[in-house]
Design a protein around this ligand. Structure first.
Ligand code: HEC
Ligand code: HEC
Length: 456
């Protein structure tokens, strides 16, 4: 994320005229999704031509392979390298992760992180578990430098934030916290930080992106449920240092539509056959061991939105423990929190137990995506320390990613390729905790429970 924003500063900043062509009888939610695909709401990053040529700076042998490939093959190689996807909802060769204006300027959009595939199929509202932001930003920096376009630095006193340690995770918070640090309550950009930031830890918060279809079940947003959900919460992405309060205000109506869309997204149905007898038995296992935290799913269902303290849940502490409380207060006391009107829970001390709708699609599991399958989640002592996924495979038995398990990254893997391996020993990436139920389930009970979870 860090380099991405520095790179954005190479191109004269200015958000394009925000026009969404009118379509007849469109709901706010429909308009919101169309806005995401057609209106550039982020700062400009590059041009469409740059995206077509970025392979020119790839390391060998990838570069030579791309040079010999047809344009179509080259596009597929580019998408695979960065974890981007085309979508049938938008014509052309630009992945859903970006939006272009009418001059061919490209900016990154919400679907960079909030649009992704399961089993190779783009799934609306799913977090992008394939995104490789660090490799993309490294390449783009080299490409721009090779073309004589040196990035201009961010504001001198803006706190610098960390880059992504691994594919699939992002440090969106590092960026959001740094942006907010440089704005007063009315979003005016300031010269000095508005609250103290304990760098580097408070600006190094790698997490996976949650799916949008859970939003409608919630009253509060984020993994620690720290703030009441509103359309202004989700505007933090546009607070890059160069954007003026006036531009933010002009964008607000679009975010009301995007918020309506987010709250209308439905979870995807499990695509395979479900053994109904096993699922019925699994439902009983679920009700006994899981429902008190994760809620129930028949009829309307009920969702308790419970926050479980860190020492009880035992999952990686970084997202809760190192997250700056001063940032939360500054956010809530200013424009985003409607000057204190939006509910704030500055120190929840734990993680919210999320709803499990569409959970089959949301692997890898936990807030840091450290556990590749549901079977691993239910078998804490056998979770892999290091794992490498396939891009499009799906493990229907264990329910989750198709992975190879390791005790350590194999010798000889390049620094760039190490990012493809999930390494649970890194900061923020522990796979500990969530040891439920307290007593082991039999293999049969686990199989039945997994079958039931496929129905949610
Ligand atoms: C760089 C990646 C990234 C981008 C770009 C991004 N998000 Fe997010 N988003 C995240 C992550 C990560 C979280 C979870 C953070 C947490 O809870 O700690 C999140 C959380 C959310 C949530 C709360 C979900 C919940 O259930 O609590 C909403 C809503 C949301 N984002 C909307 C948006 C919108 C709208 C945009 C575009 C304007 C956007 N995001 C851009 C990464 C991103
Ligand atoms: C005491 C409360 C509690 C119980 C009981 C519980 N969970 Fe959880 N669960 C949580 C919390 C809190 C999280 C979020 C932890 C995190 O992300 O670090 C979570 C996360 C999860 C996730 C990851 C969700 C995602 O999107 O990555 C799954 C899957 C899950 N639980 C399934 C279960 C199942 C199945 C059971 C029953 C065997 C169960 N849980 C029992 C509290 C609980």
């Amino acid at each position: 994320m860090r380099k991405l924003l520095t790179l954005a500063a190479t191109v004269a900043i200015g958000l394009s005229a925000l026009t969404v062509p009118a379509a007849a009888e469109e709901t706010a939610a429909e308009r919101g999704y169309r806005t995401l695909l057609t209106v550039p709401i982020g700062v400009r990053l590059m041009t469409e031509a740059d995206f077509d040529r970025i392979w020119q700076v790839w390391p060998e042998p990838a570069r030579s392979r791309a040079e010999k490939a047809s344009p179509g093959e080259r596009l597929q190689m580019t998408l695979a390298r960065y974890g981007f996807q085309l979508t049938a909802d938008r014509p052309g060769n630009l992945p859903q992760q970006f939006t272009a204006d009418d001059k061919g300027n490209v900016s990154i959009n919400c679907l960079a992180c909030h649009g992704g595939p399961v089993e190779g199929k783009v799934t609306i509202g799913l977090g992008n578990s394939l995104i490789n932001l660090r490799t993309f930003t490294d390449d783009l920096a080299r490409y721009l430098a090779a073309n004589g376009r040196e990035p201009s630095p961010p504001p001198p006193k803006a706190p610098p934030f960390a880059e992504e340690p691994t594919r699939g995770l992002n440090n969106a918070w590092g960026a959001a916290i740094s942006f907010m640090a440089m704005r007063d309550r009315d979003l005016n950009v300031t010269e000095a930080p508005q609250f103290p930031v304990k760098a580097p830890d408070e600006l190094d918060i790698p997490v996976k992106t949650p799916p949008f279809w859970l939003s409608k079940r919630k009253t509060r947003y984020y993994y620690d449920a720290f703030i009441g959900k509103t359309h202004r919460d989700i505007m933090q992405f546009v607070f890059e240092y160069s954007v003026t309060p006036q531009q933010v205000a002009e964008m607000e109506p679009y975010f009301k539509d995007i918020f309506a869309w987010i709250n209308s997204v439905q979870p995807p149905k499990y695509p395979g056959d479900i053994d109904r007898t096993a699922a019925d038995r699994g439902r009983l296992v679920y009700l006994k061991n899981c429902a008190s935290c994760h809620g129930t799913y028949s009829g309307e269902g009920s969702y308790p939105e419970r926050v479980i303290p860190l020492d009880e849940i035992g999952t990686d502490p970084v997202r809760v423990h190192d997250f700056p409380v001063a940032f939360k207060r500054h956010l809530a006391e200013g424009w985003v929190g409607d000057y204190g009107a939006v509910a704030l829970y500055p120190e929840t001390g734990g993680y919210v137990a999320p709803p499990l709708d569409g959970i089959w699609a949301n692997a890898p599991y936990l807030h840091n995506g450290s556990v590749p399958t549901m079977w691993d989640l239910l078998t804490p002592d056998a979770r892999p320390a290091v794992w490498l996924r396939t891009d499009n495979g799906y493990d229907h038995t264990k329910m989750g990613l198709e992975v190879t398990r390791f005790t350590a990254v194999p010798d000889g893997v390049t620094p760039e390729d190490r990012r493809l391996y999930y390494r649970t020993a890194l900061r923020g990436l522990s796979n500990a905790g969530h040891r439920y139920p307290a007593t082991d389930l039999s293999e049969q009970e686990k199989t039945n429970l997994i079958e039931y979870l496929k129905t949610l």
